[in-house]
Write a protein that binds this ligand. Sequence first.
Ligand SMILES: [Zn+2]
Length: 69
Amino acid sequence: MARTRLQKCTACGAYGFSETCEKCGAQAQAAGPMRFSPEDTRADIRRKLKDVESKQWAANLPSPEDEEE
Ligand SMILES: [Zn+2]
């Protein structure tokens, strides 16, 4: 886990920074959602990495037809 963020126990609701609860030992999950910015400054880089302008990428996208199998 690279990020240190507030975790909340799924069993007793205690807060901590560990993925396992310090009080009861149950699994803890992130207490809040990941930070999101509508001004995604890295979107351009990500698009280049995934090569989204290629026809190959478009063909690999999931479609409703695939789900009916
Ligand atoms: Zn707990």
